[in-house]
Design a protein around this ligand. Structure first.
Ligand code: FE2
Length: 348
């Protein structure tokens, strides 16, 4: 559905104010071949109207010859910053980078963040950005969940479909995604609204049942029959089921990388304005599926790398899988019960 320029400029203004953009700071808008023109033009107007010095940096695409999917989050290989010292220098000199291209995690991005530059990714279509424009209340809720998750040493997940997973934790930090960047060196993604961490390396065990109706990303489809993952020593060692399991096995095997099967981030969705049902209303290539990653009460887990949190596992394959109806417990105490978040009084 079309969005007016006025509405998009207002949304950007809210995000930039929440990100504490000050007059005289330098904003670099990173663009690529798939950048939405209205998201770009409204970002430029909003940043300039708040008194920022505004640049635009357009980078060339990479990885098309290797990726099976057109989804920008599907293939985590090299990025347009790899070996691109001029671009890296420009981003390091910026106070805020608005990534309308999908930079993806990389060592170069990590170095840029270390200089204090903030990076905000925003690539969903304008109507999704406007519906899920972040608020201070979103941040508060995610920060509260972060504090709870940071204290825990074991996450367990169960579901009526048969999931029974145990994830020892504490080796890696907890990461909050609430949609804006209010601290130096912070990376975030508009839209989002979830909390995540990574289990201790090689320690997760149990069974995950991806049930009928659960979502696979970047496949961007609802599973039509259950997929059962057997998890041993931190890796999915068997992927069983019907045709959906066979499709997942085939896709993952194309990377030819055993590290693709590692349990990556684990956490839960906290964004009430994001919906499980949205994906069914969109063409697959019109969205990257942030509603699915953020909808309130999901258990979001992934397969693939953990270098984003300081681990040593880098793999180009990354699958995000939000599950419905799970009970997520921290050291035995539920924080999500049957797909409902328990930490808010109105939900009890
Ligand atoms: Fe992920």
């Amino acid at each position: 559905m079309p969005v007016s320029d006025y509405e998009m400029i207002n949304a950007w203004t809210q995000v930039l104010k929440l990100s504490k953009l000050e007059a005289g700071q330098t904003v670099t808008v990173l663009t690529g071949a798939a950048t939405h023109p209205q998201t770009l033009s409204s970002a430029l107007v909003a940043a300039q109207s708040l008194g920022a010095v505004v640049n635009r940096l357009d980078l060339l695409p990479v990885n098309a010859d290797k990726a099976l999917s057109r989804d920008s989050l599907a293939y985590l290989g090299t990025t347009p910053l790899t070996g691109n010292n001029a671009a890296i220098a420009a981003l390091k000199e910026s106070d805020l980078v608005l990534d309308l291209m999908t930079l993806l995690f990389s060592a170069e991005q990590h170095d840029i963040l270390k200089t204090g530059t903030k990076i905000l990714l925003a690539v969903e279509p304008p109507e999704v950005l406007v519906r899920l424009v972040p608020t201070a209340a979103d941040r508060e809720r995610v920060i509260k969940a972060n504090a709870r998750l940071s204290r825990a040493r074991t996450m367990t997940v169960t579901s009526p479909a048969g999931t029974e997973l145990t994830c020892p934790m504490g080796q890696f930090p907890v990461i909050s995604e609430y949609g804006f960047v209010d601290e130096p060196g912070r990376w975030d993604h508009w839209p989002s609204g979830f909390v995540l961490t990574f289990p201790d390396d090689g320690k997760t065990s149990g069974r995950i049942v991806i049930d009928k109706g659960d979502i696979l990303l970047p496949q961007k489809c609802y599973v039509t029959e259950p997929i059962t993952l057997t998890v041993e020593n931190g890796y999915a060692t068997r992927i069983e089921g019907g045709v959906d399991a066979a499709l997942l096995r085939d896709y993952m095997s194309s990377f030819n990388d055993p590290e693709a099967y590692a349990i990556s981030h684990i956490g839960w969705g906290l964004q009430p304005r994001a919906r499980w049902s949205t994906l069914g209303l969109y063409d697959r290539e019109a969205t990257i599926g942030m509603d699915a990653r953020a909808y309130e009460g999901n258990f979001l887990f992934s397969l693939g790398p953990n270098n984003e949190a300081g681990g040593s596992r880098a793999t180009a394959c990354h699958i995000d899988i939000p599950l419905r109806d799970c009970t997520v417990s921290l050291d035995g105490e539920p924080v999500v019960r049957n797909g409902k978040v328990l930490d808010q009084p109105q939900d009890n």
